[in-house]
Design a protein around this ligand. Structure first.
Ligand code: COA
Length: 186
């Protein structure tokens, strides 16, 4: 493998189109609660609007030579975007600051999993997310049936907060810790 990690500017998010769509297909296949909700989820309805609503975006793609093999998408967004027609993702009063960080999308192609690529992208994302002084709360939303991802994030220090949409999504939460702890954790 000849792996390269590239930070993608927002205007080039199109490069993630196929990987984003693969992630939605993967999540639908894993889900037992309301899998049909994924039928309308794709690059156009998920990545594109998220990037536009966010205050700051961080997209990293991984390439093996020139082949795209994975990506992560994290953002800093006003907390109010997490209360919308689809769901209220968390209690607005439980977050003091106006903005939150989210590790929003994460996908490594099957044959490239278990080589540490996910851990590297996770660390890059958390280093980026924790660099914003005005943010203390970080969220990850995991769809039902994706127990592998849930365990991965728990091992990385996130805790289950609650479920929404009758168990369709499990909300994981992490709070900012002191500077020294950051360095240890991520
Ligand atoms: C979740 C995901 C991003 C993790 O990526 P990954 O590249 O497999 O992650 P890593 O290889 O860094 O770590 C996976 C585990 O394999 C282990 N691992 C790493 N290198 C390994 C190796 N060479 N041999 C065996 N195991 C290894 C790691 O220790 C890790 O276990 P840990 O969590 O106990 O530390 C990936 O599985 C994925 O894309 N899944 C499908 C999409 C998905 O579920 N996305 C999340 C949506 S919320």
């Amino acid at each position: 493998m000849e792996l390269h990690y590239e930070i993608v500017p927002d205007y080039k998010m199109e490069v993630c189109r196929n990987l984003c769509n693969e992630l939605m297909t993967y999540q639908k296949a894993k889900a037992t609660i309301s899998p049909e909700l994924f039928d309308t989820m794709n690059f156009e309805t998920r990545l594109f609007p998220s990037v536009h609503k966010a205050m700051h975006n961080y997209i990293v793609v991984v390439k093996d030579k020139n082949k795209l093999v994975g990506y992560v998408y994290a953002n800093i967004s006003p907390k109010k975007v997490y209360r919308n027609d689809f769901a209220t993702f968390f209690d607005m009063n439980s977050v003091q600051r106006k903005a939150v960080g989210c590790l929003s999308q994460f996908y490594i192609k099957d044959e490239y999993r278990q080589y540490g690529i996910g851990s590297k992208l996770f660390n890059m994302s958390m280093n980026w997310l924790t660099s914003f002084d005005e943010v203390d709360d970080y969220f990850i939303f995991v769809s039902n049936g994706n127990d592998g991802a849930l365990s991965f994030y728990k091992r990385k220090g996130f805790a289950i907060s609650h479920e929404i949409l009758d168990g369709f999504i499990t909300v994981l939460h992490s709070k900012k810790v002191s500077e020294n702890e950051h360095l240890t954790n991520f």
